[in-house]
Design a protein around this ligand. Structure first.
Ligand code: 10D
Ligand code: SF4
Length: 310
């Protein structure tokens, strides 16, 4: 007979906030303390509804574009980065800009400039329309081509196959990206890439940690918001491995029918999801034994920009 409620939660570690997200949130908090409300933020500082709502309550004003920011005001650029055109627009409007771009996204921008400057066509592996991809594409738009999946890797054309490089979005699925790069390498043997992978340590660690628990779980829950690329990749990873998986913004999104016949729940959270939401999910699942499985220890920490350094 199936059990009516889960008895075990297998908690993946690492999970939840990464160093880039912690830094971005701290930047907005420091800016609010230093300048007082309102502090404008271009786009969601990170892709999480709870983080955004909490900062809004404290006086952050989230805007889509810089024309919504009054001249001379303080504006924070989100962790996902911006194109040079947006940066120039901020200067032109006389805004007091504080940049919360994750240093690991900035590294990809630097590579994009370097690869384009040596005359390469840059194949950017990533998801169209995502803010990080728009920012990276903007570094050398005339030399960069977006490759979204394996099919695109098979069909993409470049002006000179001897001069071609690739870069990736930082939050992609590691296994899918390996496949895409391998197709590109077969088609363009001269393909060059970044020194080490552009998929960041936090994305890689969260995927490895989830793989370790998903195979033993009847159901996987990923705490994160729908527009969070790294969180959605975790759901897809569990499903590819054969375990039913759902993305939940918080405990209130869990549906009773998902738990039908489920004994072991695998639980993780995307890099932009606050740790307290994970605790709330565990509490909502009832009296359960919580077993944490740690596959890596994270010690990465990024310093704050000078503009907000205490
Ligand atoms: O959608 P996403 O995974 O790129 O962003 P999110 O804000 O959910 O997580 C942090 C990742 C960043 C800022 C991209 F590097
Ligand atoms: Fe930076 Fe990676 Fe976190 Fe994105 S997911 S903010 S690249 S550490």
């Amino acid at each position: 007979m199936s059990s009516p409620v889960p008895h075990t939660v297998l908690l993946a570690a690492p999970r939840s906030f990464c160093a880039g997200v912690e830094r971005a949130i701290e930047i907005v908090e420091h800016a609010l303390r230093r300048h007082g409300a309102p502090v404008y933020v271009r786009k969601q500082i990170v892709h999480n509804t709870h983080v955004v709502a909490e900062l809004e309550e404290r006086g952050a004003v989230f805007v889509e574009e810089l024309d919504e920011v009054p001249a001379g005001a303080t504006v924070v650029f989100s962790a996902h980065g911006v194109s040079p055109a947006v940066r120039a627009d901020g200067e032109h409007r006389g805004l007091d800009v504080i940049d919360a771009t994750c240093p690991l996204v900035t590294k990809v921008h630097t590579e994009a400039r370097r690869f384009a400057a040596r005359g390469d066509t840059v194949l950017l592996i990533g998801h169209g329309g995502h803010e990080e991809v728009e920012g990276t594409l903007g570094e050398a738009p005339e030399r960069t081509v977006l490759v979204e999946d394996v099919a695109a890797a098979h069909s993409v054309e470049v002006p000179d196959p001897e001069r071609v490089s690739y870069l990736t979005q930082t939050t992609l699925a590691v296994d899918e990206t390996v496949e895409i790069v391998s197709v590109l390498r077969q088609r363009f043997p001269a393909l060059r890439g970044p020194a080490s992978d552009d998929i960041c340590y936090a994305t890689t660690n969260r995927q490895e940690a989830l793989s370790a628990v998903a195979r033993e779980a009847d159901l996987v829950l990923v705490v994160g918001s729908a527009n969070s690329s790294n969180s959605v990749r975790l759901v897809e990873l569990a499903r590819r491995g054969g375990t039913p998986a759902y993305l939940v913004d918080d405990a209130s999104a869990i549906r009773a029918e998902w738990l039908d016949g489920v004994s072991v729940v695998g639980l993780t959270a995307g890099a932009s999801a606050p740790p307290r939401l994970v605790d709330e999910v565990i509490a909502a699942l009832g009296p359960v034994e919580v077993v944490e499985r740690t596959t890596a220890t994270e010690t990465v920490h990024f310093t704050l920009p000078l503009a907000v350094r205490p």
